[in-house]
Design a protein around this ligand. Structure first.
Ligand SMILES: C[S@@+](CC[C@H](N)C(=O)[O-])C[C@H]1O[C@@H](n2cnc3c(N)ncnc32)[C@H](O)[C@@H]1O
Length: 251
């Protein structure tokens, strides 16, 4: 049998946003590692009662991977759950590298990321023709090495849709930088634990971002989407225009 350890994106919190593939993997796992500070218990409740559930928030990389390797070598089905999509700030590569060095195969199952659920709740299209066709996913500074070429100043220059993860603690300097490039009335979707039972999202203006963040005491699990496309007044797209012919509609 083709045995692998699966790294699974479980979405932003709402269990209904799990993919069917993720759900099947959770149901059939013997050992489940989960980022307990970012994944609600409801998702773990899909697992078998007999499965071993290991919270990762208090463990080191070495500890996590050594238990993974041990359980896998005992013949167990081992999975690792990450919030949102694992490709974003999931620290999956360092785990995968260690497992692959041990000749253990791995796979990644994608999930819905935080920016997607926050945009969806406001029915926001972040790529509106002539306004912006680009979405930047990034973070504002922080402890984790931010390359200088990706400074907020350099990213904001594009005036595209900009999604900031892990940035609530840096909101004062972020707002100041963003206001150098975006108009103060630019709409910002703020999502706190979006799609969790106690979560919410709201649209505010860029000029109020810092004040709002401080008032709501946001520190963790907050996403910001700054975009000229939110609530923009738009023309219809070419895609469904009667005067625009393309491969799937040539009449
Ligand atoms: C370590 S990163 C992981 C991101 C995740 N892999 C994803 O794709 O959404 C955690 C950060 O993602 C954002 N985040 C994750 N889930 C969220 C949610 N439900 N609501 C708001 N922000 C969320 C926050 O910025 C949080 O600090």
């Amino acid at each position: 049998m083709d045995r692998k350890i699966s790294f699974i994106g479980v979405g932003p919190g709402d269990p209904d946003l799990l993919t069917i593939k993720a759900l099947k993997k959770i149901e059939s796992a013997d050992v489940i590692f989960w980022a307990d500070s970012l994944i609600p218990e409801k998702i773990i409740n899909f697992s078998s009662v007999s499965s071993e559930k290991i919270k990762t928030s208090g463990l080191t990389l070495e500890r996590i991977t050594s238990i993974m390797i041990k359980r896998f070598n005992e013949g167990k089905i081992v999975i690792r759950l990450h919030d949102g999509d694992p490709c974003l700030y999931g620290a999956v590569k360092e785990q995968i590298d260690i497992l692959n060095q041990e000749n253990i195969e791995t796979e990644v199952i994608p999930g819905v990321s935080a920016f997607q659920v926050a945009a969806a709740y406001h029915q926001a299209e972040l790529t509106i023709p002539e306004i912006t066709q680009t979405i930047i996913l990034s973070r504002a500074g922080g402890r984790t090495g931010m390359p200088e070429k990706e400074s907020l100043q350099n990213l904001a220059r594009h005036k595209s849709s900009l999604c900031l993860y892990l940035s609530a603690r840096h909101i004062k300097s972020s707002q100041k930088t963003l206001l150098e490039f975006y108009p103060p009335e630019t709409k910002v979707i703020v999502g706190y634990r979006a799609s969790w039972d106690d979560g919410w999202t709201e649209i505010i203006e860029l000029k109020d971002m810092e004040k709002f963040t401080l008032e709501k005491e946001l520190i963790r699990t907050t996403i910001y989407i700054i975009s000229p496309a939110i609530n923009a007044i738009t023309n219809r797209s070419n895609l469904y225009s009667p005067s625009y012919k393309h491969l799937f509609r040539n009449k």
